[in-house]
Design a protein around this ligand. Structure first.
Ligand code: PEP
Length: 256
């Protein structure tokens, strides 16, 4: 079965509630009824914006899913500043980003942390969007595939094929995030294909064929088409270009 593309906007730490509601409303105003047939549209606002943004999409009956950018693996307790899977579930989050390179680099998130978060999400019925990607030093050393596929193995350790239903992997080369420098379609395709081969090794061919592998890293309306036509790239996880409704909608439409 052909995979349905996904276009996910990672708003990062941008947009107050008032700004988030305006952006959600602008996306909703562009919403076309045929989108859900051809592409899954997801927005990932900051925690405080999740409920207001979801309310806008629900009120307008716009099938845009809402996802968190992070989560903690314990369900409740003395973990000041953290947010749990049941909390995200109650809001109606369908997905959650895990292991974004900014969390790994700025907040010390390890492969083990990512794995704990993935397991908690799967157990709680929220699909993880697992981010992996190499630094420029790793790319220059010629070890990109090994590095990225090791991140995939670590993130998914202990999961079985059934746990992979709905799971998404986002290949985001660190050197391409927020830099304006995109991986070429050939570079991105090569790593996404290696990720899919790793999924096949871990969980079998069917899971690998069904799992969506996204590209992220300075994706924009000018480069999206060349990326999403690649056979192993099933859409995008997008930062900067998701912060304006007009460019985000162009990215969605490139997947139709
Ligand atoms: C991201 O944050 O996941 C990302 C890919 O950012 P940008 O599109 O701005 O490079």
């Amino acid at each position: 079965m052909a995979r349905k593309p996904m276009m996910a906007g990672n708003w990062k730490m941008n947009n107050t509630i008032a700004e988030a509601v305006v952006l959600a409303q602008e996306i909703s105003n562009h919403y076309e009824k045929e989108w859900p047939e051809h592409v899954d549209v997801v927005v990932c606002p900051p925690y405080v914006d999740l409920k207001p943004v979801k309310t806008v999409f629900d009120f307008d009956k716009a099938k845009v899913s809402v996802a968190a950018q992070n989560v903690y693996w314990e369900p409740a307790g003395a973990f000041t500043g953290e947010v749990s899977v049941p909390m995200l579930k109650e809001i109606g989050c369908t997905h959650c980003i895990v292991g974004h390179s900014e969390r790994r680099e700025l907040f010390g998130e390890t492969n083990e942390d990512v794995n704990r978060k993935v397991k908690a999400l799967v157990a709680g019925g929220i699909a993880p969007i697992v981010c992996v990607g190499e630094s420029l030093a790793v790319r220059d050393a010629g070890t990109t595939d090994e590095y990225v596929c090791a991140q995939v193995r670590a993130a998914l350790a202990g999961l079985d094929a059934a746990d992979m239903a709905g799971a998404v992997i986002a290949y985001e080369p660190i050197w391409a995030i927020g830099t304006g420098r995109t991986a070429t379609p050939e570079q991105a395709e090569a790593v996404c294909a290696a990720i899919r081969a790793t999924l096949a090794e871990l969980f079998g061919g069917e899971v690998a064929e069904d799992a969506r592998v996204l590209y992220g890293g300075s994706m924009n309306p000018g480069n999206v088409e060349a990326l999403v036509v690649q056979p192993d790239i099933d859409g995008g996880l997008v930062g900067g270009a998701s912060l304006k409704a007009e460019s985000f909608v162009q990215l969605i439409e490139a997947c139709l």
